[in-house]
Each structure stands twice: as C-alpha cells, then as structure tokens.
Design a protein around this ligand. Structure first.
Ligand code: PLP
Length: 410
C-alpha cells in the first residue's frame, strides 16, 4: 500500500480554531440566551465596494459574449494587471514580469514551500500566522514536534517577537541558508516593522545566504508614512526576498481570491540560477491562473476610485480597532495593567494580561462579555499571556462588544 506522506504524521492536529469553536459551542449550549459576538477571526465582513464590483460585473458580461469570452489565460496573470501592480504598488521598481498574479497569499505560501522542497531550513517569527510552520512540516522542511515537552518543531528556528524587543526579533538565531518568514504588518501582533528594521532584516538575510518570504497581506492598513509597505522598498531586497500580497483584506476578496507574488530576476540560488525561472515553472505547472473575473476586480481596485474604496474599507476596520482599543484603555481595565499593541497600522490588537494565561483570558471574556477572542498562545509560545482582538466585524457588533467590555466588572 501507499505510504502516508510523513509530513502528515509529523504535524500536530490543528488546535487553535477547532478549540475556540468547541468552547464557543459548549458555552452557547450552557448559556442559551447568550448573544455571542466574535472578535476572533481574520475573515472580512463588509461587502465589496461598488466600483470594484462593477469591474467584475463588466467582465462577467464580457464572458457571456462570443467577442468578449476568454478561457484559460496566462498562468502568471493578465499583463494589464501585472503592469498596474508594478506601477501602483512598486512605482515601477519591480517590473511586471517579476509579478505573478495568484489566487491569494495563503496559496502562494504553499507553492513557495514546493519551490524550496524538504531540504531547506526555516526561520519564523514567534508568534506567527500558522501556515508558515504547518506548510513547512507537510512539505518535510521541518520534522516532528520537539521532544521533551519543548514547544515547536525540529528544523524550525523560532524568533520570539515580544513586547521587550518591540516585536522585532533577534535575527542572530537564524541559521545559514534559511527561508525567513516575516510578516509585516504582523498577524497576530499588529506590529509593523520600521524601515530601519527591514534594512537590518535584509542585511542579515544577505549575510546568511537566506531568502526572506515577506508576507505583506496587511500592507494596505499602514497609516504611518515612514513605514514601508513593501520589502522591495529596501535597498538590496530584490536579491534576497520574495514578497506576497493579497486583495483579500482591503477589497473584501477573501472569497473572490486574488493575490500576487514578487520574485525578482535578481534573486538567485546558490548555483547562480534564477529563482524566478523555477517560480514561473511552478506557477505554470500546478496553477492555472487566477479567475479572470477576480483579475478584472483587481484592475478596478487599482483605478483611483478603487483605491479610494480600499482606503475606505481599511479605514473602517481600523476604526473598529480604535473602538476596542479605547475601551481597553478604560478605567475598569486599569487593575489588570494591560499592555495594548497593534491596531494602528494593522487590523489586529495584541493585548497582554499580566499574570494570566491566554486561555484564561479567553474564557473570562467569553463568560463575562459573551465575546470570542483568539488566545495568543495559539500562534506560538511567545504569544502566551496575550489575546488577539480582530477588528473584522460590522460596526454595530464592534460597538456592542465595546459596550460589553466597558461594562465588565473585574
Ligand atoms: N497572510 C496572513 C498573514 C494572513 O493573516 C492571511 C489571512 O488571514 C493570509 C496571508 C491569507 O491571505 P489570502 O486570503 O490572500 O490567502
């Protein structure tokens, strides 16, 4: 019989979101009248704006005509969209041929792991978006869980991002020749790396012969103009970084599916051959192009009216974050000495409750306020003691959640 991919026996069961769902179910069953509000997940809630919708509708109509119909397109995406992304997001610094349109950032992360195979060593921020680690375990780049009760997987170097280091990790722990996953603005901490920090990251990657996988899925939430929206803004990044990004959060495309990656011609393997050639091979072999409807939506996103709509959308979620942040700063929380991070250049608030474990706080907030949050410990050991509040929600739900939190008696 066929052997199971050992990566699947190495990977631990998805724990965080199933456990949250289980506790929610149990709580709802024992408190039938409780109206539970979720500030727990990163899924978008607001409808796709008008101009962007019209862009997709026009393509749907074209597809229904003989003249306008198109079937498979170039696997790398519409040339017009690649050109527009190059112009709007990269000021021409990245050429359209170095941009690959995809069905989203998560899918690109999975395909990138295929690109480097099982032999590569991996460094990740801790806490981190779970796909970097779990995907590495499935592809065999990481081994089984560490023995002796230690947290994490063999073969993965965890880089703690803590309040003490300003959520920018000690990069000296990165082994030579590693893939370095780096997410900014960060899920879950909400931290956005400064230009100086990204310069250090690029320097270290170059010194150590590593490649940075820069996840910029939340770049549209950056409001501080001094913070880079792309690693490609950093001198030298083209030869040591791959960037991935997505229309999911700013345009509400979580279900439509549209993203892109940037792999520069300057990015080379140890033998001097270009990574872009293999990336092109992967994208043309195991991917068959993003939906043409989604791509026309993407083109609309990048027109002045679409950009305005995306700005409004991200402003809306940032305002939600502000509502929750303000209430956590209120006097009823003062005895807890909370430390509140994020929510300014990112849609997540990352809040530490000194003296409490993440799951204790989760249970407390569920019990007293009927609000679902995400325990920080689920994103990695350095997340223990933290709770992530997501700002993806309808304003009226956020307001009700804020009122409940403001009324919380501790
Ligand atoms: N990267 C990060 C850090 C995310 O938090 C998410 C989704 O929550 C994604 C990527 C997935 O993006 P997409 O919808 O484009 O697959």
């Amino acid at each position: 019989m066929i052997q199971r991919n050992p990566g699947f026996s190495n990977i631990s069961a998805g724990y965080l979101f199933p456990e949250i769902a289980k506790r929610r179910r149990e709580y709802a069953a024992s408190h039938p009248g409780a109206e539970i509000i979720s500030l727990g997940i990163g899924n978008t809630t607001e409808p796709i704006p008008q101009y962007i919708t019209e862009g997709m509708l026009a393509e749907v109509k074209r597809l229904s005509t003989r003249e306008g119909y198109s079937g498979y397109g170039d696997e790398q995406g519409l040339t017009s969209l690649r050109e527009k992304i190059s112009e709007v997001f990269y000021n021409g610094k990245v050429s359209p041929e170095e941009i690959f349109i995809s069905d989203g950032a998560k899918c690109d992360i999975g395909r990138i792991q295929l690109l480097f195979g099982s032999g590569v060593s991996v460094a990740v921020q801790d806490p981190a978006y779970p796909v970097y680690v779990d995907g590495s375990v499935i592809t065999g780049a990481a081994g089984g869980m560490k023995s002796g009760g230690a947290c994490g997987y063999d073969g993965i170097t965890y880089m703690p991002c803590t309040a003490e280091n300003g959520f920018f990790p000690d990069l000296s722990v990165i082994p030579e020749n590693s893939l370095i996953y780096f997410c900014s603005p960060n899920n879950p901490t909400g931290a956005a790396a400064t230009k100086k920090e990204l310069e250090i990251l690029v320097d270290v990657a170059k010194q150590k012969g590593g490649i940075i996988i820069f996840d910029a899925a939340y770049s549209a939430f950056i409001r501080d103009e001094s913070i880079p929206k792309s690693i490609m803004e950093i001198e030298g990044a083209k030869s040591c970084a791959i960037e991935i990004n997505s229309f999911s959060k700013p345009a509400g495309f979580t279900g439509i599916r549209l993203g892109w990656s940037v792999v520069s011609k300057e990015l080379l393997y140890a033998d001097g051959s270009p990574v872009i050639a293999d990336w092109n091979r992967i994208m043309t072999t195991v991917f068959n192009g993003a939906s043409n409807i989604a791509q026309y939506g993407g083109l609309a996103c990048l027109d002045p009216e679409g950009l305005r709509e995306m700005r409004q959308m991200t402003d809306y979620y940032l305002e939600n974050a502000r509502l929750i942040r303000d209430v956590l700063l209120g006097s009823n929380f003062a005895p807890l000495n909370l430390n509140i991070y994020g929510g300014v250049n990112a849609p997540y608030l990352w809040v530490s409750f000194p003296g409490f474990k993440s799951w204790q706080v989760f249970d407390l907030i569920l019990d007293k306020c009927h609000i679902i949050t995400t325990p920080g410990s689920g994103f990695g050991p350095a997340g223990e003691g933290f709770i992530r509040f997501s700002s993806f929600g309808h304003r009226e739900d956020m307001q009700r959640a804020a009122e409940r939190l403001a009324g919380l008696k501790l």
